[in-house]
Write a protein that binds this ligand. Structure first.
Ligand SMILES: [Zn+2]
Length: 249
């Protein structure tokens, strides 16, 4: 089975992040993923329009819960928080926990106007999110080294390997922090040898399959993992076992 750790599911145009306007069929949010061989997905609902308040972010989180109703076990929702709203965010953490949701993110500061945010507030929210998994967009311009040390009981998953230099930055941070994983979505996987390099440097246990659908073509990512020179057991870990393990499913 293939589990896609990094999807932004949608059922209408407002929440569809695809770059090109020809995509108009919202009748079956699973079809394209299943056709690519993906058996279940995880991730937050996003929209390109910038949120103006915490309730705009909350609306995305409620849409994620609504999509779970429709998609059932196929979809593990992720939710948003915002360091400018620490009290509301901590309440949201508890609300989502009460709904059985333990995945925070993908957090996307550039899209949600975090700006020069209060780090103390973020730490307060992460304190409330102990035991959860936190998926975050990279490049991430903040002190992740300090955050990773301060919250060993949160499993962090960096999104997007990026290109050559950034890949080495991910590897250096992962070697230093056992609670850091990397998902393969977005930029990077089209470079032949990237995945073997990651497996050699940090081990297959720390790498999660992800696509960033509907921005990226899921079939391309699935095939890229099959096409890489790694063992079948490492492929299994990357495709599904690691995500199932860290989300405790
Ligand atoms: Zn991202």
């Amino acid at each position: 089975m293939v589990v896609d750790f990094h999807v932004h599911p949608f059922r209408d145009a407002a929440h569809c992040l695809n770059f090109y306007p020809e995509r108009q069929d919202f009748s079956n949010p699973r079809r394209e993923l299943e056709e690519a061989g993906i058996g279940c997905i995880c991730g937050s609902v996003l929209q390109w329009e910038k949120p103006q308040s915490f309730s705009d972010l909350q609306a995305l989180n409620r849409e994620a819960l609504a999509l779970r109703e429709i998609l059932g076990d196929f979809y593990t929702p992720g939710f948003h928080i915002h360091p400018a709203y620490p009290r509301e965010s901590c309440e949201e953490v508890e609300f989502m926990r009460s709904r059985g949701v333990t995945l925070m993110g993908e957090l996307v500061p550039y899209l949600h106007g975090w700006g020069d945010f209060d780090k103390g507030n973020l730490c307060e929210i992460l304190e409330a999110a102990r035991g959860m998994v936190c998926s975050y967009h990279t490049p991430w311009d903040f002190d992740m080294d300090g955050i990773l040390s301060a919250f060993p009981h949160i499993t962090f998953v960096a999104a997007h390997p990026g290109d050559r230099d950034r890949v080495e930055e991910h590897i250096a941070l992962m070697k230093k922090h056992e609670n850091l994983y990397l998902d393969l979505s977005g930029t990077g996987l089209f470079r032949l040898g990237l995945l073997k390099h990651l497996v050699t440097q940090v081990g297959a246990e720390r790498i999660l399959f992800g696509t960033d659908y509907p921005i990226c073509n899921p079939r391309m990512y699935v095939q890229a993992v099959y096409g890489e020179d790694i063992s079948d057991s490492d492929r299994e870990k990357i495709f599904s076992e690691n995500t199932i393990r860290i989300l405790g499913k």
